[in-house]
Design a protein around this ligand. Structure first.
Ligand code: SAH
Length: 239
């Protein structure tokens, strides 16, 4: 009698747990599907509509889960058309700016790239989807370790993250096929120009309050600079 009662109780409990887990998975699946839709809309309406054409860039922007690079309370805003805070007074750039800067580098997939300003690691992940290796430098210790952990958890094996002053570049692996800077110095740092390969491109915002996104190319040892668009990035800090 007691045995039967126990058996009924246990199977009831198991059923409730199963139902609970099933509804949790269903809710998570729904949330996941929402993110996929939002990401596809972002690519259509914010990128393609504004002239981003590079197939590699569009593929990477469609694939990398931007919400995973944000604090949990901000994930619902992950695919909106704006920069968002990532802690320590820093921001993850607007998706369009990430795509534009990446497109400006005209990557063919074999490059070794240097990024200054790892932040959340999102731009590094986009680059890593396209090129062969990304070396990225972040000046703030806590952002460096969070980004390193997240990129590892997401399975990236072609990104090296280091804490340091990006103004000096990363001499050890220079010269680079492309350099991208995601914080704004008041002038283009000389070490970055020196660490750029012949024929390679550097994309960098320059200025204080008013900043200009610049596309720099090293041709026959000469530096050629083009202004792209006015932008607003966090300042490049110095150690
Ligand atoms: N690429 C980032 C955006 C980061 S915002 C992303 O995808 O999320 C710019 C970052 O540059 C900030 O995290 C800031 O701490 C970092 N930074 C500022 N000055 C720096 C410097 N001198 N060297 C390296 N990183 C710097």
């Amino acid at each position: 009698m007691i045995k039967n009662l126990l058996r009924v109780l246990i199977s009831g409990l198991m059923l409730t747990t199963q139902l609970f887990l099933a509804s949790k998975t269903a809710a998570e699946n729904q949330k996941e599907a929402g993110y996929i839709r939002a990401r596809a809309d972002m690519v259509e309406n914010q990128l393609i509509a504004r002239g981003i054409k590079d197939k590699r860039v569009l593929r990477a922007m469609r694939k990398v889960e931007r919400h995973k690079f944000l604090p949990p309370q901000l994930r619902v805003l992950a695919y909106t058309d704006r920069p968002l805070p990532i802690g320590c007074g820093q921001t993850i750039s607007q998706p369009y700016i990430v795509a534009l800067m990446t497109q400006l580098l005209e990557l063919d997939g074999h490059e070794k790239i240097l990024e200054i300003g790892t932040g959340s690691g999102y731009q590094a992940a986009i680059l890593a989807e396209i090129c062969s290796h990304v070396y990225t430098i972040e000046i703030l210790e806590s952002l460096t370790s969070d980004a390193r952990d997240l990129l590892k958890e997401l399975g990236y094996t072609n990104i090296s993250v280091k804490c340091g002053d990006g103004f000096l570049g990363w001499e050890e692996y220079a010269p680079y096929d492309a350099i991208i800077v995601t914080c704004a110095p008041t002038e283009v740092p000389q070490p970055l120009l020196e660490q750029l390969k012949e024929g390679a491109k550097l994309v960098i915002p320059v200025g204080e309050y008013y900043q200009e996104l610049k596309l720099i190319e090293k041709i026959d040892g000469q530096i050629r600079i083009k202004n792209v668009i006015p932008v607003r990035f966090v300042p490049m800090l110095r150690r």
